[in-house]
Design a binder for this molecule. Sequence first.
Ligand SMILES: *Cc1c(COP(=O)(O)O)cnc(C)c1O
Length: 379
Amino acid sequence: MFEEIIGFIRDRYPGVETIPLHAPVFPGREKHYLEECIDSTYVSSVGPFVDAFEQAVSDFVGSRHAVAVVNGTQALFVALKLAGVEPGCEVVTQSLTFVATANAIRYAGAEPVFIDVDEETLGLSPRALQDFLQSHAVSESGRLVNRLTGRPMAACLPMHTLGHPCHIEEISRICREWGLPLVEDAAESLGSYYGDRHTGTFGQLGVFSFNGNKIVTTGGGGMIITDDEGLAWRAKHLTTTAKVPHPWEFLHDELGYNFRMPNLNAALGLAQLENLPRFLGFKRGLADDYRRFFEERGLRFVSEPCGGLSNYWLNALILEDEQQRDAFLQTTNEAKIMTRCLWRPMHMLDMYRYCQRDALSTTNYLYRRLVNLPSGVFI
Ligand SMILES: *Cc1c(COP(=O)(O)O)cnc(C)c1O
């Protein structure tokens, strides 16, 4: 059966010797904008491409504001701070995520609490979130507190796994009910929607990544989006060393960060974003092909959840058990087809083993069975 799958994948990427999981392509005005940027000499921390890229992202996703930053991890860190996460607080998130989600919580001085995901979406489970809050959260003088640890619960940080939107509307409703600020890790889900709204726009703040392996790349980069003008201003201020605008004086009015996205990277990003509709079309077609192929063989391909539109950033297959997963990874990688399993869940990593969590049964189930398949755009 694996040989058949290998043949199917090879047919999708003709002439490619080693088929990557995901690789960037530059079929649009990338070189043109980069040249324009270099010719202008504005290659560094300010320039018109940064403004244009921010505007283009906020137009695309339908947020009022977008602030470009150096990468998705620091975008998460800053978004959490702006949502009110302070040292000694807790942030509810999922264990099934890339390590940056949990790291950003620790950078803000807070503790992650790991909640299970839904099998359908691979993202944070609204029911598990509600159950956890019901059994652990109490309101103490206007603050939500974890009754086990006594720590304030400062935010909820769901992630849209592999580009599939989680049930964010329901999560948003639960967060509103409990007065818990919502920040979305939409690093993988540019081009993914829940209902008619883009992922990342449900929370007070949302975050995208433009790392080289994401659907759109700036080389390295990230974006914070929000509808709140005050938060957008704070995001810009904090990520540009908290400098008070002045033609010659250097005055910084708080501890800021140098998290700016260089103009050079924004130039690349602007051209990449212009390609996004084409990229999305290709990936949807590839996912449809995978789905048909696997369904005919009685295998479980991960499709977008009901009510959601996925960007199909990374296609995924759910195998029988861990042995079959490992055999699949071995056979395909030996055949020079890059496949991989999910990230080791956070609660299994040494630095997060101590953290509070629920039973995480779906997280463990998926980690042992899911494999990612080559999903790069080939045009
Ligand atoms: C890629 C990614 C990030 C971090 O983005 P970088 O730009 O690589 O720092 C954060 N969260 C998730 C879920 C990601 O996949």
